[in-house]
Every structure is written in structure tokens, then in C-alpha cells.
Design a protein around this ligand. Structure first.
Ligand SMILES: NC(=O)c1ccc[n+]([C@@H]2O[C@H](COP(=O)([O-])OP(=O)(O)OC[C@H]3O[C@@H](n4cnc5c(N)ncnc54)[C@H](OP(=O)(O)O)[C@@H]3O)[C@@H](O)[C@H]2O)c1
Length: 289
């Protein structure tokens, strides 16, 4: 039988046994060992970003949370640190720290990644989540260049700066142990629609960056995955936008719930290099797609 083309460099015999497969959810995160591992979540608001940070903290990982509102993040960092103690980990330093960072400023992203490394010098950046986005939607003929520019900065330039910084750190410091980079997309990542021209351009650009980087760094043990969020995430902002009465919620299956969504980020970061997902989409059951 002839070998598949392009795989002759890969398909060489090895006589080492494979590491045993763990039951679902029981694997450590891909990358440095837990005691040396930093999880970075950029774009932490009260919804998805915070629930992603919480789910990693609950596994005993050190978690850096980043967005513009430092005071709010500081309070969340205390709560996220407490989630880590559920596993009775005795940390020498706090297990969650907050960093102010505006993705409209690429230099601030690069500096924040350096600050994170300086804050936990005994650890290495192992899992990174890019969750921020700058959504300026509106009728095409009314879109102003600066709105489009902010969207492109918030996804493409900021995504570039973040991925370059964290992947650069993984290559330099992780001694081949690699890590995971998980990027939050939206319906607009693969489908433009009326009112979303600028946002779709920026989100699809971010997805294209992820595809390229995943191919370039997979062989270096760095797992890049893109998650398409195809639906509305339930939040007070969204309930208010749809004029829902106070205290009400969306019916089950009509909107995404971030604590449920966060399990997907954990699953992706726990994947071993013998079975990696590049892309997943998430939507509520009743979503039209
Ligand atoms: N919400 C939805 O229904 C929905 C639907 C599809 C896809 N998504 C995607 O899901 C991700 C999370 O969205 P989310 O709405 O649920 O938000 P979230 O996870 O609750 O928080 C995102 C946070 O990002 C921060 N952020 C916004 N602009 C920023 C900037 N310029 N620099 C730094 N941080 C910034 C904000 O915090 P600060 O104000 O403190 O900076 C915001 O609270 C996004 O990538 C979005 O495209 C959301």
C-alpha cells in the first residue's frame, strides 16, 4: 500500500506506549503541569468570560482575568481564587489576578502578557482565551470608518497581538509542553448579514488568523481552537435589549447559557495532541441556522 502523500514525515514507528486516555473531564489541561500553568482570559465581563475563568479556576489553575474595568475584575479575582481552593490547593500567591487591558490598544495587550508572566514568575502561560470583541453594528450606509476600524482593531489587530504574545511565550518558555489558545467567534465569523458588515469582516479575519496559526503551531504542540458562538448569550444586557420584564429569563433552548458554554472551553483545553478540535460551533436548541 502506498503511503498517503505528505505524511511520510509523520508516520514513523514509535515503540513508546501511549499515555492512558483519561475519562472525559479528568485530563489535566494540555501544556505545563497544573502547578506551573497560567490560564489567561482576555475579555472578562459578567457572562462568558467570567464563567470560562471560573471553570479553569475550579480545576485548581492560576487564572489571569483581563478587560478594561479593573475594579470590577479585582472583585471577581477574589471570587475566582476562592473557586481554586475547592481543590484544597495551597497557593503561594493568589490564584487569580486581574489586569486592566483595552484591546483597542495592541501595546497594552503585549504589556499585559508581560505583566502576567512577572506576577507568577514560577509559572508559564499554558492556556489562553481571546474572548473580547468590539461590535459596532448598523446599516451599511451609516457605518463610519472609525467604527469599522475599532471592530478590526478589536478582533484582527488585537487578536494578532494577543496570539503573538502568548504563543511567543509558549514557544520560548514551555520546553515543548505547548499549550492551548481558544478564540471566541460569533455567527459573523462565517456568515455576513445585513447590519454586520464591519463586525463580520473583523470576526472572519480573526477566524482566518486562527486557521493559519493552528496549522503553523500545531507541530510545536500548541493547540489553537476557534469556537463559533451562534446565538444570543443570556445576560441582563440581552434581556433588557429584548424588553424582558425584571426577574424573567429566556426560555430553555432559546438562548445560550454561559456556565454551560464554559464546559466546551475546558473540554478543548483538556484535549491531548492525539485528538485536537480546531473548530466547534455552539447554539441553543431552537436557534435558526
Ligand atoms: N453576547 C452574545 O450574545 C454573543 C453572541 C455571539 C458571540 N459572542 C461572542 O462572545 C464573546 C463574549 O461576549 P459576551 O457578550 O458574552 O461578553 P462577556 O464574556 O460577558 O465579556 C466580554 C467582556 O469583554 C470586555 N471588553 C469589551 N471591549 C473590550 C475592550 N476594548 N478591551 C478589553 N476588554 C473589552 C468587556 O469588559 P469591559 O467592559 O470591562 O472591558 C466585556 O464585558 C465575544 O467574543 C462575542 O463576540 C457573544
Amino acid at each position: 500500500m502506498s503511503e498517503p502523500r505528505g505524511r511520510t514525515d509523520l508516520l514513523k514507528p514509535s515503540f513508546e506506549p501511549h499515555a492512558p486516555a483519561q475519562p472525559l473531564g479528568h485530563s489535566l489541561l494540555h501544556g505545563p503541569p497544573r502547578a506551573q500553568h497560567i490560564v489567561v482570559v482576555l475579555g472578562v465581563g459578567p457572562g462568558l468570560g467570567l464563567d470560562v475563568a471560573r471553570i479553569f479556576a475550579a480545576q485548581g489553575y492560576a487564572v489571569a482575568i483581563l478587560s478594561r474595568t479593573k475594579a470590577r475584575l479585582d472583585a471577581w479575582a477574589v471570587e475566582v481564587s476562592l473557586a481554586s481552593r475547592v481543590l484544597r490547593v495551597a497557593p503561594a500567591r493568589p490564584l487569580s489576578l486581574a489586569f486592566g487591558c483595552d484591546v483597542l490598544d495592541s501595546a497594552a495587550i503585549i504589556q499585559a502578557v508581560k505583566d502576567i508572566q512577572a506576577a507568577w514568575p514560577e509559572r508559564k502561560i499554558g492556556t489562553c482565551v481571546y474572548n473580547a470583541s468590539v461590535r459596532k453594528r448598523g446599516p451599511f450606509l451609516e457605518q463610519r470608518p472609525e467604527q469599522v476600524r475599532d471592530g478590526v482593531q478589536g478582533s484582527i489587530f488585537a487578536g494578532f497581538a494577543f496570539l503573538q504574545s502568548v504563543i511567543g511565550a509558549m514557544v520560548q518558555h514551555n520546553n515543548g509542553a505547548g499549550g492551548s489558545v481558544l478564540v471566541t467567534g460569533a455567527t459573523s465569523s462565517t456568515r455576513g448579514r445585513e447590519g454586520f458588515a464591519g463586525f463580520a469582516a473583523s470576526k472572519s479575519g480573526l477566524r482566518a488568523i486562527c486557521q493559519s496559526v493552528a496549522r503553523e503551531f500545531g507541530p510545536q504542540n500548541i493547540h489553537v481552537a476557534h469556537i463559533i458562538v451562534d446565538g444570543v448569550i443570556e445576560s441582563q444586557t440581552m434581556l433588557d435589549r429584548f424588553d424582558f420584564p425584571k426577574g424573567s429569563r429566556f426560555p430553555d433552548g432559546a438562548a445560550l447559557l454561559s456556565p454551560e458554554m464554559a464546559k466546551t472551553w475546558l473540554f478543548l483545553a483538556q484535549q491531548r495532541p492525539n485528538a485536537w478540535t480546531f473548530e466547534m460551533d455552539l447554539r441553543p436548541a431552537k436557534e435558526h441556522f
